[in-house]
Design a protein around this ligand. Structure first.
Ligand code: SAM
Length: 339
C-alpha cells in the first residue's frame, strides 16, 4: 500500500482534549475596504507594517506544511478583506498546486468579486462565503459605512455564475439596526439559492464595544425567522460545523444559526488560524499565539515548522471562555485575526 505524506505525518494538529484541527483559516491581510461598525472604527486601524505580513511565497509554504504534513484538509482565505490582497489569485493557484485535494474557499465582503470570481474559480477556488448583513441600501451603508450594496449583490451573482457554490452568506444582526430584517434577508437568500447563516456578535471588535445585553441571540433570531418561515431542524449530523441548520418552509433550502456565544461549539472545534503576519492561533479568542514567521525567515525546514505548529496547538483551551469571570477580549480584533 502506498502512503501519501499526509498519511505518514504524525502527529497531526491534536490538542490535549483530542480535537484534531483540519480546517485552516488563513488571513491574507488585516486591511479592509468596509468599516463595519461592529468590527472597526470609521478611520480604520493601524495596519500591520508591510514587512511583517507574510509574502505570497511564505503563505503558500505554510499552507503546504499544514496540508502536506499536518493533515489539514480545508483552507479558507480570510482577513481583513482577502480580495484586497494583491497576490490573491496567485496564492489560490499555488495553494491548489501544493494541496490538490484540499477544499479551498474564501470569506469575503464581495467588493470586487464581480471582477474576480471567474479568475478565482479558474485558479482553483471551490467556493465563497459572503458577508452581508442587510439587503436594504441604507441599512447596509449604516453598518458598513460604505454605500456598496450593489457591488456585493453583483459579486454574489458573479460567484454563482463562476460555479463558486454552494454560496453561503454570513450575517450579523445588530439590535435596533438590522434585527428587524432577519426574515427579509432569509427570503432574499433562499430565492437566489444562497445559504444564509446568522452569526451571534462576538466580543472581537477593535473598539471593545460589544455587550452581552445588546447582542441579538440565536434564540431571538430563530424566533424572528419562525414568525415568517416554517423551520425544521436538518437531520444531517452537525459534526464540527459551527452552524445549527434548519430547512426553510419544507424545502431543501437551509438556514444556519451560529450561536458562538450562547451555545458554544468549542468541543467539536476543528479550526486553526494563521494570521497575516504568520502567527498560529488555536482559537479566535486565544490570548497567546505562536510565531511561525521568525523561524520560517530564519530558514526552518518544513519538518521544523510542522513541529512548532503541533506544539502550538497542544495548548488549545477547552472553550473560548467568554462566560468565564476573568474573560479578556483578545488583543487582536477580528480583522487582524481572520474571521
Ligand atoms: N472581510 C471578509 C468578510 O467580510 O467576510 C472577511 C473577514 S470578516 C472579519 C469575517 C466575518 O466576520 C464577517 O462575516 C463579519 O461579519 C464577521 N465579524 C466581524 N466582526 C464580528 C463580530 N464581532 N462578531 C461576529 N462576527 C463578526
Amino acid at each position: 500500500m502506498t502512503t501519501s505524506p499526509t498519511d505518514q505525518a504524525q502527529p497531526r494538529l491534536v490538542d490535549r482534549f483530542g480535537r484534531v484541527a483540519t480546517d485552516l483559516r488563513v488571513s491574507l491581510t488585516d486591511r479592509c475596504n468596509l468599516r463595519c461598525t461592529y468590527c472597526m472604527p470609521p478611520e480604520g486601524l493601524d495596519w500591520m507594517p508591510g514587512d511583517e505580513v507574510l509574502t505570497d511565497d511564505e503563505v503558500v509554504r505554510l499552507i503546504g506544511v499544514a496540508t502536506g504534513h499536518l493533515g489539514v484538509k480545508e483552507v479558507r482565505f480570510t482577513g481583513g478583506e482577502p480580495l484586497v490582497r494583491r497576490g490573491l489569485v496567485s496564492i489560490v493557484a499555488r495553494t491548489r498546486e501544493v494541496a490538490p485535494e484540499a477544499e479551498l474557499s474564501i470569506t469575503t465582503n464581495a467588493l470586487g468579486l464581480a471582477r474576480m470570481a471567474e479568475t478565482l474559480a479558474e485558479a482553483g477556488l471551490d467556493r465563497v462565503n459572503v458577508s452581508l448583513d442587510s439587503i436594504r441600501r441604507e441599512t447596509f451603508a449604516d453598518i458598513t459605512r460604505r454605500d456598496r450594496l450593489d457591488d456585493v449583490v453583483a459579486g454574489l451573482e458573479a460567484a454563482a455564475e463562476a460555479g463558486l457554490g454552494p454560496i453561503k452568506i454570513n450575517a450579523v444582526l445588530l439590535r435596533g439596526v438590522n434585527d428587524d430584517q432577519a426574515a427579509e434577508l432569509l427570503g432574499w437568500s433562499v430565492e437566489r439559492g444562497y445559504e444564509l447563516r446568522f452569526i451571534e456578535q462576538m466580543p472581537l471588535d477593535a473598539q471593545h464595544g460589544w455587550s452581552r445585553d445588546n447582542m441579538v441571540t440565536a434564540d431571538e433570531t430563530l424566533e424572528a425567522l419562525s414568525a415568517v418561515f416554517d423551520l425544521t431542524p436538518a437531520e444531517e449530523p452537525r459534526g464540527s460545523a459551527p452552524a445549527e441548520l434548519f430547512h426553510v418552509g419544507g424545502t431543501a433550502a437551509k438556514v444556519g444559526i451560529i450561536a458562538s456565544v450562547t451555545r458554544p461549539f468549542c468541543g467539536d472545534c476543528d479550526r486553526v488560524r494563521l494570521t497575516a503576519d504568520g502567527q498560529v492561533r488555536d482559537c479566535l479568542f486565544a490570548r497567546t499565539e505562536s510565531d511561525l514567521r521568525t523561524p520560517l525567515r530564519a530558514g526552518a525546514s518544513d519538518a521544523d515548522l510542522a513541529g512548532r505548529w503541533v506544539t502550538a496547538m497542544a495548548g488549545k483551551r477547552a472553550g473560548h471562555g467568554i462566560d468565564d469571570l476573568g474573560f479578556l477580549q483578545p488583543d487582536r480584533p477580528m480583522s487582524a485575526i481572520g474571521g
